[in-house]
Design a protein. Structure first.
Length: 201
């Protein structure tokens, strides 16, 4: 993501139950392999209870039926965090930044699993509402979302792809999410799909 000519390095990862006691080691390991400014973690524990200084950590509240999300800001980028800007609602969290006079926002969303269409629609509506906040400033927005099997497993190549999700076969979840993303004019800069349970790549 580029803001005021500068590349903002954002990592998104579903860590599938990262325990707080392992959070520092995880971030250290990622840091040895990648340069990053902001990290969006889905399905993590209360990693804000762990000392991750110099990094700043914003974690969603604990709610029945969902795992927590975290937005971790590298210590060297912390000065760009907009004051009192962390927003957390069911299944969606966001943090705003201001860099060289320009605002932008990072959103982390973990949509519901299962087959309840209305529940999924409601989550997308919350995602849309959060992504549109501060829209008066036309702030660029980065969205890290786990769509929960939104790509069908037919002929899809379950390796990391660049933008290929837009052309992949989609189930009803994918159709709902893609419809919203199209209206919101989000570009699929980097997408990744995981294989169904029981298969390996």
């Amino acid at each position: 993501m580029r803001v005021t000519g500068r590349t903002i390095r954002i990592i998104g990862w579903n860590v599938q139950g990262l325990a707080p006691r392992n959070a520092r080691r995880f971030i250290e390991d990622v840091s040895t392999e990648h340069d990053w400014d902001i990290m969006c973690l889905l399905e993590c524990g209360s990693i804000d209870k762990v000392n991750l200084a110099p990094h700043k950590v914003f974690v969603s509240d604990k709610r029945v039926g969902e795992r927590q999300r975290a937005i971790v800001v590298h210590g060297s980028f912390a000065a760009a965090i907009a004051e009192n800007s962390f927003v957390d609602v069911e299944r969606v969290s966001a943090l705003s930044f201001r860099l060289d006079g320009v605002s932008f926002k990072v959103v982390a969303a973990h949509l519901p699993p299962g087959h309840d269409v209305e529940l999924y629609r409601e989550a997308i509506e919350r995602l849309e509402e959060i992504a549109k906040m501060d829209d008066a400033e036309k702030a660029p927005t980065f969205v890290m979302v786990d769509g929960q099997d939104c790509v069908s497993s037919g002929e899809w190549d379950f390796s990391q792809t660049v933008g290929a999700w837009a052309e992949a076969p989609r189930g009803w979840k994918g159709e709902l999410l893609y419809r919203w993303a199209s209206v919101a004019k989000l570009a699929f800069a980097n997408t990744m799909s995981q294989p169904p349970h029981g298969t390996h790549t």
